[in-house]
Structures are given as C-alpha cells and as structure tokens.
Design a protein. Structure first.
Length: 433
C-alpha cells in the first residue's frame, strides 16, 4: 500500500470512529458542562471520565494528584503517547442561554460561595479526550504501543499538572515519549492552529504584604503609612519593563490588586498587593521576579516600614515551548486528516498553561531528559458567525469574538467536538501507527 493510500485509509477510519462516538461524547460534554467543578474539586467530573474510559477497556486509576484520572491502553511493543485534557471550571456565572447551562455554585478554598461555569472549555477538552480514547480503542489493529490518557485537575490555578507528577504519574504508570494536548479558541470551527517553539507565556502571581504602623488619619507623623509605600511600589514596578527588560522581549507586569484600610480617617497597618508577571523566557521571568522583590524591599526601607515585606507565590507556571520537530510531525498528521486549508498559523499567546510541566524534567521533578511536548489549538466559532465577523485573518477576527473566561463563551458545538477527537487521535497515531 502506498503512503498516500495509507494516509487516506487512516483518515477515513478516524472519521468513521469519530461519527460512531459523537453521540456519547456529546452527552458527556453536556453533562460536564451542566455540572462544572472548581480546581481540585473535580470529583464528579473525574468519576464520569473514569467510567467512560473503563467502559472502553482502559486500565483506569482515579484520584491521581487529588482528583486526576489516568487511563492506559497497552497494545503491544511501541512508544508511549500521552494525551492530556483538563477538567476544572471557573468561578463565573454563566450567561450563554444554553439549555444545559450551569446553575451550579461551589465553595472556594477561602470559604466563599461562588457560581461556577465551564468558561474555558475544559469540559470540551475532557470530552474530546474520552472521544479520542474511543476512536483509538476501535483502531487497535492500526497501531502498537501504549496510549496514556490523562484527565488533569486544577489547570486554572496552575496546580494540577505538578500535583499529578508529585503523585508519581510517570513512575506509577508510564513515562511518555511524547506529550500531546490542545485548547479551544474562537477561531473558525473545524480548523486547527499550530505554533512551534515559544507558544505561551510563563506566569506568576505574587501576593505581597507591606507592613506599616497605623494610626489616626489626623496624625500621619506618628505612623508609617503602608498605602504611600504601596503607591510608590506600583509606580516603580512599571520601570522594570521600561528599563530592565530588553526591548525585543515581551514581558508584562500587572498590579491587579491593591487593598488597604477600612475608611478614610484610619491609616492602616498593612497594604496587600497581588502582582501578575508574564513572559516567554523562563530565565528572564526569574530576573523580573527578583527585580520586583528588590524594588519592594527598597521602597519599604525608604518608607520606614517596621518589618520586612512578605511574599507568597499564589500561582506559577512555566513558558510553553513546543518541540519544533514534533510540531511538524503533528502538523503533517493534521494536514492529512483535515487538509491544508483547515490549518492555520497560531499566534503566540500571552495566556499561560501548566501543561509544560509534563515535559520539563527539572521543573516537573521527574528524572532523565525533558520530554517533547506539542500543544495546538482548535477553532470553535460556527462557520456562519465566522464569515460575519469583521477582520482579515485569524488574529483580527478573534479580537471581535468572545474569548475563554467570558460568561458568554460556548465552544462545544458538534463540529468542534469532532475536530477535537480527530486531532488527538491523528496526532497520537503519528507516533503509534
């Protein structure tokens, strides 16, 4: 059989299996969408995914890294391919108007009751993971090796990947030869975007407490005002990007939270800040964090703060680097599956993911060499709406559409589910077939 005929046969096999699995996957998607769960609370979600994969014949383990699910399908000698989907939702009140919209609420780690919504499409990712598992289980005669499906908790707080690795993901189950993952975006449905090399930003959110010595607002000389110190900090932090980061690099430093005091005539004892930092170079990212600490220490000293400032890392993740050779391998598989006209060049994103921990041996805390990773993007905007959206090209049009984390975002159309199943299955077969 010629290579072209083999590719055509594989394309048809995947399409057939996707259509056969679609109704079950749609049902799972609607169920997960209707019952979202916050990070590390995905007990029901994990159970639903585990049950679906057990029914397909996978060896399934629950509770990995808290609420994660790992499913293995061993099919003879060959490479180990890991497919990853995430499960958690966001504290957002859904406004989509869907008949299966979420009306759930949940309690945060801080004890606050909040509405919950799958506003980032992790329900779509989990459903596509199960769907790809069904497709590949049905095509066992076409591949050899081990398929490893990972349903990860707590991506939104950048904690789930590391939690699963710390729970012995690679030691207990298998160490993959390649790690594959995907995310939905409001590009045209049925399309797939790829980016090699630097793809998504590292991100750190720091919590900072600046200490003062509070008192009556009429007697400022008898106090140390942390609000004034904090104000100088906010202004001074803007000089990091302007004066310490090379102009060709992209770095963002944002003070997203500044809280102090209870009323105007009371100088408080403390001021609280939350600072978000993003950049595409991990080494430069660390330098920026060091600069932030240096500036805050200096401003506290200049302002006569009675105690050293306190720093807490609230969330943190690495920059995502897609292995160039592996991206090309995936892209060829997707071109064979969908046609070149359905592929697009994905622009680099300032958004962040904890997916890169699965490939970074040092940061992830597993031994040996780094594992190559590929992370791509699937479109979710219906054809008619895409045509009516102003702009030329993918990046321009997406600026006019709801993005993930919007209360109106709804990526789970049948076409997107089918694409997500086929992208995972065809990419896995690029190594297993």
């Amino acid at each position: 059989m010629s290579h072209h005929a083999e590719q055509a046969g594989r394309k048809t096999s995947i399409e057939t299996r996707v259509e056969q699995a679609l109704e079950r996957v749609q049902g799972l998607y609607r169920d997960l969408h209707c019952h979202p769960e916050l990070p590390f609370q995905e007990h029901r979600t994990g159970a639903k995914i585990a049950e679906a994969l057990e029914a397909l014949g996978y060896e399934v383990t629950r509770g990995v890294g808290g609420t994660g699910v790992v499913a293995l399908l061993r099919n003879g000698e060959g490479p180990t391919v890991m497919l990853r989907g995430d499960m958690d939702a966001l504290p957002i009140e859904e406004q989509t108007g869907l008949d299966f919209a979420s009306r759930e609420t949940a309690e945060t780690a801080e004890g606050k009751r909040v509405p919950v919504m799958h506003a980032c499409g992790h329900d779509l990712h989990s459903s596509c993971l199960v769907g790809a598992g069904a497709v590949l289980a049905g095509l066992r005669e076409q591949w050899r090796g081990t398929l490893m499906l990972v349903a990860q908790p707590a991506e939104e707080v950048f904690g789930g990947a590391q939690a699963m690795l710390d729970d012995g993901l690679y030691e207990r189950f298998a160490r993959p030869d390649i790690v594959l993952g995907q995310h939905n975006m409001p590009a045209r449905e049925g399309t797939v975007g790829h980016i090699a090399g630097s793809a998504m930003a590292a991100a750190t959110t720091l919590g900072v407490t600046i200490h003062g010595d509070g008192g009556h607002g009429s007697m400022p000389a008898q106090t140390v005002d942390p609000v004034v110190i904090a104000a100088h900090v906010v202004t001074r932090l803007q000089t990091i990007v302007a004066r310490e980061v090379p102009p060709e690099e992209t770095v963002v430093v944002t003070v997203g939270k500044l809280h102090a005091g209870t009323q105007g005539n009371i100088i408080p004892h403390t001021a609280e800040l939350e600072i978000n930092v993003r950049g595409f170079d991990n080494a430069l990212h660390r330098q920026v964090l060091e600069a932030i600490e240096r500036i805050i220490h200096a401003e506290c000293q200049a302002g006569r703060s009675p105690r050293e400032p306190e720093f807490r890392v609230l969330t943190e993740t690495l920059a995502l680097h897609n292995d160039e050779a592996s991206v090309e391998r995936v892209r060829r598989a997707h071109a064979a599956q969908f046609g070149e006209e359905r592929l697009f060049a994905m622009p680099r994103l300032n958004g962040s993911e904890d997916f890169p921990y699965f490939g970074n041996a040092e940061a992830g805390g597993f031994g040996g060499e780094d594992i190559p990773c590929v992370y791509w993007f699937i479109g979710s905007t219906p054809e008619a709406r895409w045509r009516d959206t102003p702009g030329n090209g993918v990046a321009e049009k997406m600026r006019h559409l709801e993005m993930p984390h919007s209360p109106y975002y709804s990526p789970g159309q049948a076409a997107t589910l089918k694409t997500g199943m086929a992208t995972l299955a065809s990419a896995a077969l690029a190594w297993l077939a």
